[in-house]
Design a protein around this ligand. Structure first.
Ligand code: FES
Length: 105
């Protein structure tokens, strides 16, 4: 039989576990610690993977389901070479802004 203090510790542990699981599912994974170079075509739409789980980096393959994250649509106005963020922490998504240089290993 559990003592009153043990109930409280168990409840706190369960709550902490739930919080950890929620955090895990809502934080992006680092697909690559640097940008992906992509030649985009004028008039095309691209769906940048925000969760980091896609196997088609830097674009979405539907792997974000259940994470609470969704891809970011990018419409190319002109044909050009862009550097899509691979670390998923850029402050100007979907493109790399150098933030990957500040991430810990
Ligand atoms: S790859 Fe994410 S900021 Fe550079």
């Amino acid at each position: 039989m559990l003592e009153e203090g043990e109930h409280t510790r168990e409840a706190a542990a369960a709550q902490a576990k739930r919080a950890r699981e929620e955090r895990v599912t809502s934080e992006p994974l680092i697909a690559q610690k640097g940008p992906f170079e992509v030649d985009v075509e004028a008039g095309q739409d691209y769906f940048w993977c925000r969760c980091g789980r896609s196997q088609r980096q830097p674009f979405c393959d539907g792997s974000h389901k259940g994470t609470g994250l969704a891809p970011l649509k990018f419409h190319a106005e002109v044909s050009e070479t862009l550097y899509f963020c691979g670390c998923k922490h850029s402050h100007s998504p979907p493109c790399c802004d150098g933030t990957h240089n500040q991430l810990n290993d």
